[in-house]
Design a protein around this ligand. Structure first.
Ligand SMILES: NC(=O)c1ccc[n+]([C@@H]2O[C@H](COP(=O)([O-])OP(=O)(O)OC[C@H]3O[C@@H](n4cnc5c(N)ncnc54)[C@H](O)[C@@H]3O)[C@@H](O)[C@H]2O)c1
Length: 408
């Protein structure tokens, strides 16, 4: 009997920010899902119907699919009809991509593969990874050559809006051959309402890297303008607002750098593989990294100047640790880097660290934002969290507005 989607089994390798929601949505759509994670705590929590990630609305859905048995979690794969690799792809110290998690997860499913199965990589991956995993599979299981379907399908959801975007975003699907693309499209069409765009595996891999590199380059342009405007005595916020009145110009806002585990990471997957060609992408990475050093230096200089002018050490408020507004995600955050630099170079000034979206931090003692703003002589805005916008400009303070809270 040919399997219909209704009676098919799918195995998701990796139950993190992307794998868990995707596994839940698949289970909600009539697929019998095994969720696999090497972290037993993640497996136990998931089986108890408790989310180990923060994602609005997902908790109730998890409870439902656990209760009706359409999703169960385990630490080892089980025989299925489709396998999805959704594990981390960080970079190593030298900015080379680390695909060891993808390889480990692939090796784990290889013994379970059988004729007619679908194998999909969703993890953000360097170009050629899907072909490499196909080679690995056929080296270990030569009898499956030409008998299974292998594809790449990147994820482009925004954490916080994952339930909506998993269903409504368009997706790019690239198989190692046309039959694989078609098979993967048939799977995703079960729950994706956005368009499914067919291509080959290498283009699909590059597409994901291109999307995040494009954002990085655009942010670098805004950050570069902030350096120029600082030098030229021009308000960069006003400049960008006015330039964007042009019907075909849309400049993004500068900030204190670029963080997170996507935009600050994925461009390196291109630059490390194509160093001779990827000049603009590499420059954008450098500019966005340099922006954090530039901000730290501005704060440290303001501290030293204050001390000379007032004959005492200032109180300094550093506002925001998260890598973007209104989230609690501190991964690869430039604000965190700036705070560490100021703590070292700030001449023993009293530093008040603020992050309204986090209750406590392992390293930094946190201060409520109103209290920090009230007490500080120098205030540096590092993340444009919405609550900061309720504060009023105070002429008696030195305010370093790196992310446009007051746009002054
Ligand atoms: N989080 C995002 O916003 C986002 C968006 C688009 C793409 N991505 C990409 O999706 C992939 C997954 O990201 P994430 O944010 O879900 O990561 P995550 O760190 O939240 O979760 C990954 C999970 O995989 C598990 N894992 C590691 N090795 C495993 C293995 N061999 N077998 C089974 N489980 C294993 C980990 O224990 C962890 O729970 C990455 O490549 C990332 O770049 C993430």
């Amino acid at each position: 009997m040919t399997k219909t989607i209704e009676n098919m089994k799918a195995c998701f390798m990796g139950l993190g920010y992307i794998g868990l929601p995707t596994a839940i949505i698949a289970a909600m759509n009539g697929i019998d899902v095994t969720g696999v994670d090497i972290n037993p705590a993640v497996v136990d929590k998931t089986n108890a119907g408790e989310l180990h990630i923060i994602e609005p609305g997902l908790g109730e859905m998890l409870k439902k699919v656990i209760a009706d048995g359409s999703l169960h979690a385990t630490t080892t794969p089980e025989v299925s009809d489709a396998y999805f690799i959704v594990v981390p792809t960080p970079f190593k110290g030298n900015h080379e991509p680390d695909i060891s998690f993808v390889e480990a997860a692939t090796r784990a499913v290889v013994p379970f593969l059988k004729e007619g199965d679908l194998f999909v990589i969703e993890s953000t991956s360097p170009v050629g990874t899907t072909e490499k995993m196909a080679e690995l599979i056929f080296r270990l299981r030569p009898e499956l050559a030409g008998k299974i379907y292998i594809a790449y399908c990147p994820e482009r959801v925004l954490p916080g809006n994952v339930i909506y975007e998993l269903v409504h975003n368009d997706r790019v699907i690239g198989g190692v051959d046309e039959a694989s693309t078609d098979k993967a499209k048939a799977f995703y069409s079960r729950f994706v309402k956005g368009e499914l765009h067919a291509t080959n595996a290498r283009t699909a891999e590059m597409c994901k890297l291109t999307e995040n590199s494009s954002r990085d380059v655009q942010i670098a342009f805004a950050n570069e303008l902030s350096f120029i405007c600082d030098h030229a005595g021009i308000n960069v916020w006003e400049l960008i607002r006015l330039a964007n009145k042009h019907p075909r110009v849309n400049i993004l806002q500068p900030g204190c750098g670029v963080g997170g585990h996507c935009i600050a990471v994925d461009p390196y997957f291109i630059t490390s593989a194509y160093p001779a060609e990827a000049k603009l992408i590499a420059d954008a990475r450098r500019i966005n990294n340099y922006k954090a050093d530039w901000c730290a230096e501005k704060i440290i200089n303001a501290i030293l100047r204050f001390e000379i002018e007032h004959n005492r050490k200032p109180v300094v408020a550093l506002m925001g640790i998260a890598f973007k507004p209104d989230i609690d995600d501190l991964r690869e955050s430039p604000a965190k880097y700036i705070i560490s630099k100021v703590m070292v170079g700030g001449n023993n000034s009293r530093i008040l660290v603020v992050e309204p979206n986090v209750k406590e931090h392992q390293v930094f003692k946190l201060t409520p934002y109103e209290e920090a703003y009230r007490e500080a002589d120098i205030v540096a805005f590092l993340t444009a969290h919405t609550p900061f916008r309720s504060l009023e400009w105070d002429d008696s303070k030195v305010i370093l507005d790196f992310c446009g809270i007051f746009k002054r």
